[in-house]
Design a protein around this ligand. Structure first.
Ligand code: G6P
Length: 476
């Protein structure tokens, strides 16, 4: 990495404001994207990076309290009006692109005014970036909220160096072609404004390259697309986690205490899962698998507990609040069916958990049951593995996650097959400690070797290479 200034763009800024009893404080956001970007290894001589994102607070709150946000980044919030933000975030981003890119076409709710809002929001963010941009800056755009942004910036600043990273899957062309042709070309052309487009897995990258060829007619050579105006390199960068943060935390005093409390409250086998509320996470199928297990193997009744944590998310969108109701009904049904007067199979929590609670749960459980029906990467699986200093615990992981490519020693399952998941649960419940250790050691070695810092640095180094190649006129 060199001394170029970095301009980062993501929908969310890594903080929001919270006012309680008339006192305003800053609340850090802790999502994978935010943690990843914050772990950049910048040389001390590098200028302060700038982070542009959409504000979930008013301009008045920002002016009054921005002094509270004081860290290694300079933050530039973009204030969208309510209607634009709703059509952009709830509408096009999360009711069109999210279900489409996660293979849920039936959940797509397409309206032209959503696309209009998406375009307006991208333009507003572009205007802000262009206002800030200086020669030699590196622009790094994140995620599906901003597919058109690279081209918008390029049109205004032809020599800018722009990287784009997609944090969710890129679907096969068969899915993408469900979008109206004009909209599809607009989105794909948008990405072709970048010098480098990065994906978690080679499959996603191949899907993108195929879509560009079939939709726009541009083929690629060894992953580089050359159009009359631009040269776009693509790459695979599987995102990692802050490995040592999770590994070391398992010995923190607070975590140790919370783990003891959990073990005391739940002396039997603990199965654990944590996800944002989302239909992509496969929570209903997971509950079905537990039901199958308890039906087929009633000897496990009163001998296990499933701690199911669902973190509130996007609950203004119908498919999300409906999912919450479905989950709660299923939890009630299963607890009613199998529970006794002194025991319930499922402990359900719909709330955020603190970092220490999360690590306590990762390290108290016997099985982490991570079974999304589609997930770009899934960092929960990696965090669970990193937390296990004791090298115990079994990971059951959906083969439909990006993480499955790197965690082959987990028990890989098809999340839609509740009989297979129930069977793997049974296997995990009785897996000998030696086998658990062997699997865990191998997974830990792999994910500690490519952590989030390495990921971020690799992406920026690859972006710099495209910039240098462009400056010297070489082919990349
Ligand atoms: C996914 C996306 C992120 C997003 C996060 C949380 O991981 O890739 O871009 O920030 O979900 O979703 P939210 O809608 O709350 O930002």
């Amino acid at each position: 990495m060199n001394d170029n200034r970095l301009i980062i763009i993501s929908y969310r800024l890594p903080f929001s404001f919270k006012t309680e009893n008339r006192v305003t404080s800053v609340k850090a956001s802790a999502g994978g994207l935010v943690t990843a970007v914050k772990s950049l290894d910048l040389p001390p001589s590098a200028p302060k990076p700038v982070w542009v994102g959409c504000a979930d607070f008013s301009q008045r709150v920002w002016e009054k309290h921005k002094h509270l946000v004081n860290d290694d980044f300079e933050y530039v919030p973009v204030f969208l009006d309510k209607t634009t933000n709703k059509g952009f975030y709830n509408g096009f981003a999360n009711s069109v692109l999210w279900p489409l890119f996660h293979y849920f076409p039936a959940y797509i709710d397409y309206h032209d005014d959503y696309l209009t809002a998406y375009k307006a929001a991208n333009q507003a963010v572009c205007d802000k970036v262009v206002e800030l941009l200086q020669p030699d800056d590196l622009v790094w755009v994140h995620d599906y909220h901003f597919l058109p942004l690279p081209m918008l910036i390029r049109q205004s600043q032809p020599s800018a160096t722009i990287g784009f990273f997609l944090h969710i899957p890129f679907p096969s062309y068969e899915l993408l072609r469900l979008l109206p042709g004009k909209c599809r070309s607009y989105l794909l052309n948008g990405l072709l404004g970048a010098n480098l487009v990065g994906f978690h897995t080679t499959d996603y990258r191949v899907h993108f390259l195929q879509s560009v060829r079939l939709s726009l007619g541009f083929s690629h050579r060894l992953g580089t697309i050359v159009t009359p105006q631009t040269k776009v390199q693509t790459g695979t960068f599987p995102i990692g986690i802050n490995y040592s943060l999770f590994h070391d935390a398992s010995a923190d005093e607070e975590v140790v205490q919370e783990r003891l409390d959990l073990k005391r409250s739940y002396p039997d086998k603990i199965i654990f899962s944590v996800d944002r509320l989302d239909y992509t996470k496969g929570v209903m199928q997971r509950l079905d698998a537990l039901e199958v297990l308890l039906k087929q193997h009633p000897d496990w009744i009163e001998k296990l507990v499933f701690i199911l944590v669902v973190v509130p998310s996007r609950d203004q969108i119908q498919t999300y609040w409906e999912r919450k109701q479905m989950i709660e009904q299923a939890v009630g049904r299963i607890n009613g069916q199998f529970g006794t007067l002194t025991w319930l199979p499922i402990v359900y929590r719909y709330s955020d958990v603190t970092f220490s609670q999360l690590v306590a749960l990762y390290t108290a459980c016997d099985i982490a049951l991570i079974t999304p029906v589609r997930d770009g990467m899934n960092l929960v699986a990696k965090e669970f593995v990193a937390s296990r200093q004791d090298q115990q615990g079994v990971l059951i992981l959906s083969e439909l996650t990006g993480a499955a490519n790197e965690l082959g020693e987990a028990l890989l399952v098809n999340p839609l097959d509740e009989y297979e998941v129930a069977d793997r649960l049974l296997y995990a419940l009785t897996m000998p400690p030696d086998e658990q250790r062997q699997r865990m050691i191998t997974m830990q070695a792999r994910i500690s070797g490519y952590d989030v810092r390495q990921w971020a640095n690799d992406f920026i180094d690859a972006l710099l290479t495209t910039q240098q190649a462009d400056q010297t006129g070489q082919a990349v």
